[in-house]
Design a protein around this ligand. Sequence first.
Ligand code: HEM
Length: 497
Amino acid sequence: MDLALAVSFGIFIALWGLWLLKARSNLPPSPWGLPLIGHLHLLAGMPPHKALQRMANKYGPIISLRLGMIPTVVISSPELAKEVFTTHDLNFASRPYMVFGEYFSYSSVGLVSSPHGKLWRNTRKLCTTELFTAQRIDSFSWVRREELSRALEGILKAHGNDKPVEVRKVASVFAFNITSRIVMSKRYFGDENVDADAMEFKELNDNVLELTINPCLSNLVPWYLRWLDWQIPRYKRIHAKQDKFLQKIVDEHKETTRKCKDFLDIMLDFFGAGTQGETYVKANLMEMLIGGTDTTSTASEWLIAVLMHDPRVMAKLREELDRVVGNTRMVQESDLPKLEYLQLVLKETLRRYPPGAIIMPHISSQASNVGGFHVPKGTTLLVNSWAIGMAPAVWENPTQFHPERFLGSSIDVKGQNFELLPFGSGRRKCPGMAMGLRAVELLVANLIHGFDWSFVPGTTPSMEDVFRSAIQLKIPLQAMASPRFPKDVYINQTSHL
Ligand code: HEM
């Protein structure tokens, strides 16, 4: 009897071993890797979204890589993106370890970095019901209007001084101030009035982004080797400064009461004052400021750049603006839904230059079968949304900038059409999409309506991109802007909005 049991057990173990071996051997195709660094060398020398596209062209739309010691799967087709963001969405709803989360987001307790679980669910619910509703977004139109006024003033001033406009800077100040005013009722940047603390905080955030982008050891090794990361003292130094800034904001908030609660008040009520609650609040503040600024300003800069490089599209958009808005006022938020061509140009820009070219990493909580391949538990998932937007199998002449391709098409950017995923899809898709789009559309529509744009004499800036926190123009766009209307049209724009 004992023998029969032992034999059965042996057979069971053997079958299980065979099954495991088969599952393992059914991993997605993979290039040859090297010991320790895995496939990292294949990402050297070109931006990662392009290197991964090249691998996808050779090995297929699902590939298996080892980034350092971290098992990773990369998806580069709409079909497989649909599979991971629908059938397997729950399984991939968590985030892998990221230095960004550990050191700058208070051990990954903010909405962006937190693993899937109760804290993430509660924070996401709080954000979607209290910050990102259509009503809330509309209620802040006066903030966008004021920031737009300031941006226009700055551009007029640059014109008066015969100076070029630094488009990214204009868009970045606009986006940062909008986010900080909406989230915590505080404006930090202006033309003359630059808050020294805020400037330092912005620099710290830039440092954080730089650390996040550059491959750092901690992101590439399992937990037991992270202590080897020689940059840890630097992360800690930057975080200490960042924490001082964020704590000051929280303390100021606790000391003052507002007639109408802002999102920071709402978060303090929800998470509770005290060390733990305030830690959650600071993590979310930091993530909103970083998440809401760079993406929005990058998308705006790309739009202005593509329009300047494409006079046909620029003229068509200008014609629409003149027809819908006229030439006695600036563009109002209520005009935006009527600007159909602007919507096409926006979609085409987000297809061609999605700020989050590779969607923020997800991780599998269980083993699963994706596209017929075995994806083990604990695998990092990267979806190359840039490569999907550039796939000839999906888009006709994908390198061509052609907004009309969206005419009569129902494809939009909301995450249901997997050929166009600038905001991701599924549970972790961007909750700030509507807010970000409103800001981008308002800014770009007004810059194009209000000014004639030309390159700085003697220069034709390239459209080469670089992979930073977002894919950005390698050389920030500087351009000359001349007003199309008399000055009072710009000055009075607030009274029309
Ligand atoms: C054009 C502007 C924007 C673009 C292109 C963009 C893009 C993205 C992308 C690709 C993701 C990752 C989705 C995923 O992991 O599957 C994301 C996540 C996120 N975005 Fe945005 N975003 C923009 C604006 C904003 C704004 C204005 C805010 C807030 C003020 C914001 C807040 C967030 C947050 C909190 C997450 C994390 C959601 C989660 O993990 O549950 N984003 N965004």
